[in-house]
Design a protein around this ligand. Structure first.
Ligand code: GTP
Ligand code: K
Ligand code: MG
Length: 399
């Protein structure tokens, strides 16, 4: 029996099994199996077919945003409006057949926006003439193996799920399922679980909170299902069984997501209002140029980029060319962005480096006042692992 058939069998068994306290751990075991088979189908390690092959576009700029949506929701129209790149748009489906990158320039950051071909259930996402509809029987296999969208989305720092506001809500759920199937978790944090493999000693399972959505028996069943007989598990939040499996699989991607409803020019004000109030949602009209600036602002916010100014000794900070970094970035990341040798020399002790960073408040203050003499007394000596705040001014001295 092939993996796909096994997956089908498990899914069927899960559908047949009533959900209650008594069946909880059995369902947990099935879920674990299912996740394992799906992982086998998906991971690039598998040499069977095109799994793991994404749309081939070089990542560039400070962050990547992927546009995921059904055909003709307006993805290419958005790219053409927000970047200097034109992507063909048309009223028919599958206008876009490959990934088209564009660049949004905002707040000194260069954000790559990736226009992708429309996803449709049961249709090919192949390039060229890949528009044939796949027989529904093979749908699952096909979707998983050819989920190039998923692979492309996995490389993104932010996903925009683009929806046609005039279509049913169902589209949103279908796209979420598609992304979930390739191990993408939207708008979720990595579960707070510490998991360590051991070679001996059995299973040590500790929890710091009461588990209400799963239980120890289920957790142990799943560990056994994965043949993990020696390990330490420390659960520090009230996780679900699925979240525990995600921890074990370890390759899940936790990516922020914005739901972008386009074509609001074609729906009632009431509906616009309702959608706009939904969490992680932005309503726009590409055609009427409605709310596009706000969308870019929200993209910027969701990426949580940190903007840092560099300053040479004795000179004023260079405010025209900030360095954009991911939240949590350190002095080391700044060094790497300038030249690798800055870090490696530092490590070897061949170069001694000290860095001056002023506080966020002071940085803002300084920018407002524009007086460099004021800021040196507040400068703070920091090391390579110092985390940067937005608007920090950084000087790196090497010797
Ligand atoms: N009413 C309305 N139509 C829009 C809007 N934005 C785009 N469209 C139309 O929607 C159609 C599809 O737009 P595209 O940008 O080609 O859509 P796409 O999502 O890139 O489609 P595929 O590449 O085929 O997946 C075009 O006819 C656009 O003119 C909008 O804000 N309002
Ligand atoms: K289209
Ligand atoms: Mg398109």
């Amino acid at each position: 029996m092939g993996i796909v058939e096994k997956i089908k069998e498990i899914e069927e068994e899960m559908a047949r099994t009533q959900k209650n306290k008594a069946t909880e751990y059995h369902l947990g075991l099935l879920k674990a199996k299912l996740a394992r088979y799906r992982a086998q189908l998906l991971e690039p390690a598998s040499k069977s077919g095109p799994a793991g092959v994404g749309f081939d576009v070089q990542k560039s700029g400070d962050a990547r945003v992927a546009l995921i949506g059904f055909p003709s929701v307006g993805k290419s129209t958005l790219l053409s409006k927000c970047t200097h790149t034109a992507s063909e748009t048309a009223a028919y489906e599958f206008t876009t057949l490959t990934a088209i990158p564009g660049v949004i320039e905002y707040q000194g950051a260069r954000i790559q926006l990736l226009d992708l071909p429309g996803i449709v259930e049961g249709a090919s996402q192949g390039r060229g003439r890949g528009r044939q509809v796949v027989a529904s029987k093979n749908l699952d296999l096909f979707k998983i193996k050819n989920n190039k969208h998923g692979v492309a989305a996995k490389t993104a720092d932010l996903i925009l799920i683009m929806l046609d506001a005039t279509k049913s809500e169902e589209q949103r759920r279908l796209l979420e399922i598609e992304l979930d199937a390739v191990g993408i978790r939207l708008n979720k944090r990595k579960p707070d679980v510490v998991f360590k493999r051991r070679t001996t000693g059995g299973i040590t399972l500790n929890t710091t909170v009461k588990l209400t959505k799963t239980d120890e028996k289920t957790i142990r069943t799943i560990l056994a299902g994965y043949k993990l007989h020696n390990c330490d598990v420390m659960i520090r939040e009230d996780i679900t069984t699925d979240e525990f499996i995600d921890v074990l699989i370890g390759t899940r991607k936790y990516i922020p997501c914005l739901y972008v409803y386009n074509k609001i020019d074609a729906i009632s004000l009431e509906l616009v209002d309702k959608l706009a109030r939904t969490e992680n949602t932005v309503v726009i009209s590409c055609e009427m140029d409605l709310n596009l600036d706000y969308l870019i602002e929200r993209i910027w916010e969701s990426l949580e980029l940190v903007k840092v100014y560099t300053k040479k000794r004795g000179a004023r900070p260079d405010l025209s060319d900030p360095v954009c970094l991911r939240k949590g970035a350190t002095i080391e990341d700044v060094c790497l962005g300038i030249h690798k040798s800055l870090v490696s020399n530092f490590r070897n002790g061949l170069v001694w480096v000290y860095n001056v960073v002023c506080t966020t408040d002071y940085g803002t203050d300084y920018l407002a006042q524009g007086r460099s003499s004021k800021f040196s007394p507040h400068a703070q000596k920091v090391s390579l692992n110092h985390q940067l705040q937005d608007e920090d001014v950084v000087s790196i001295f090497t010797k």
